[in-house]
Design a binder for this molecule. Structure first.
Ligand code: SF4
Length: 284
C-alpha cells in the first residue's frame, strides 16, 4: 500500500499516508452492509445477498448512482477484524453469499479479513471491471464469483463518462480471465462463475451492441446481465443525453441483438427497475 498500483490508474500513491486516485487511503471505509434483495436472482435468492458497499472508486463514472459513496464523501472506517465479523454476521443472518461491492482498492485488507474468517458461502467480487491482470491473479483464489461490469466499448464513450479511454481494453481482458471460473450452481444459487453486467445507457445503443458482439464467444462460460435501470444521477449537467432514462425501444434493440447472437444465459430487467427507490439508503 506504500506504492499502490492495484488498478490501471497505477497512481503509485502512498496510501499509508494519503488517498490515491480512488479517493481513499488504506483504511477500510464502508457505507452499508445488508441482505440485498435486488441482485440477480442466482445471487439474492430468497434470503438476500450479503452485500458490503465499500467507499471510493478507481473509475468514477459521472452518472454513478452511488455518487457520495464512490467519491468517499461518506462512510465509516472499520478494521480488518470488524470486516471479518461482518462476513460472519451476514452469513449467520442467512446471506447466500458475501457480495463485495467495488472492493479492489481494498484488496489487501479484504484478503487479510478473509484469512481471519473465510465464510462457508461464496465470495462475490463485484467490480466495475477496470482491473489489471496482476491484481486479478492476486484476488482470484479468494473470489468464488465475479460480478463484473463491462460498461463502455468505444474509447470516446469511456473517455466521456469516466475519463478512461482504455476502459474496454482493461475491462474486456479482465472479464475474459474471470470467465475461466467454472459455472457451478446448487439449488438454483450460483456457487462459482461469472456474471458480466452491462448497463444500457440512453443514446448509447451502438456501444451496447459492440459489447454484445465481444461477449458472444463467452456466452457458454458466463452469464450476461443486461441492465435497464439507468436513472439520471450524479454530476451530469454537462451531459444532455444522460438526462433521461432509457426507452423501451433502446432496451429491446439491445436485447434482440443478444438473442440473435444466441446468448441464452441472460438476466433481463424490467424497465420499471429504473428509479431512485432501488438505490439503498446509506447507513454511514
Ligand atoms: S487502487 Fe487507488 S491508489 Fe491504487 S492505483 Fe488504483 S487509484 Fe491509485
Amino acid at each position: 500500500m506504500e506504492y499502490c498500483n492495484l488498478c490501471p490508474n497505477a497512481c503509485n500513491a502512498d496510501r499509508t499516508a494519503s488517498a490515491g486516485v480512488c479517493g481513499v487511503d488504506d483504511r477500510i471505509r464502508i457505507a452499508k452492509y445488508y441482505l440485498h434483495p435486488f441482485e440477480e436472482p442466482v445471487l439474492s435468492g430468497k434470503n438476500g445477498s450479503g452485500t458490503i458497499f465499500f467507499c471510493g472508486c478507481s473509475l468514477k463514472c459521472v452518472f454513478c448512482q452511488n455518487y457520495a459513496v464512490s467519491r468517499a464523501e461518506r462512510g465509516k472506517i472499520i478494521s480488518v477484524t470488524e470486516l471479518a465479523e461482518i462476513f460472519r454476521e451476514l452469513e449467520e443472518r442467512g446471506a447466500h453469499n458475501i457480495n463485495l461491492v467495488t472492493p479492489t482498492h481494498y484488496a489487501h485488507r479484504i484478503i487479510e479479513a478473509l484469512k481471519l474468517y473465510r465464510p462457508h458461502i461464496p465470495v462475490v467480487w463485484n467490480t466495475h471491471g477496470y482491473e489489471t491482470e496482476e491484481t486479478l491473479a492476486f484476488i482470484a483464489p479468494y473470489a468464488d464469483i465475479f460480478l463484473t461490469d463491462v460498461k463502455y466499448f468505444a474509447p470516446e464513450t469511456a473517455k466521456r463518462y469516466c475519463g478512461k479511454a482504455d476502459y474496454f481494453a482493461y475491462a474486456s481482458r479482465a472479464a475474459e480471465i474471470m470467465c475461466e471460473k467454472p459455472l457451478i450452481f446448487q439449488d438454483g444459487m450460483m456457487q462459482s462463475g461469472t456474471i458480466v453486467r452491462h448497463l444500457v445507457l440512453p443514446q448509447n445503443v451502438e456501444d451496447s451492441l459492440r459489447i454484445l458482439d465481444w461477449f458472444a464467444p463467452l456466452k457458454d462460460k458466463a452469464y450476461l446481465s443486461l441492465m435497464s435501470q439507468y436513472t439520471p444521477f450524479g454530476k451530469i449537467d454537462a451531459f444532455p443525453e444522460l438526462q433521461r432514462k432509457i426507452t423501451k425501444r433502446e432496451y429491446h434493440k439491445v436485447l434482440d441483438h443478444a438473442l440473435s447472437l444466441g446468448i441464452e444465459n441472460i438476466f433481463v430487467q424490467e424497465l420499471k427497475s429504473s428509479g431512485g427507490e432501488y438505490i439503498p439508503a446509506w447507513d454511514y
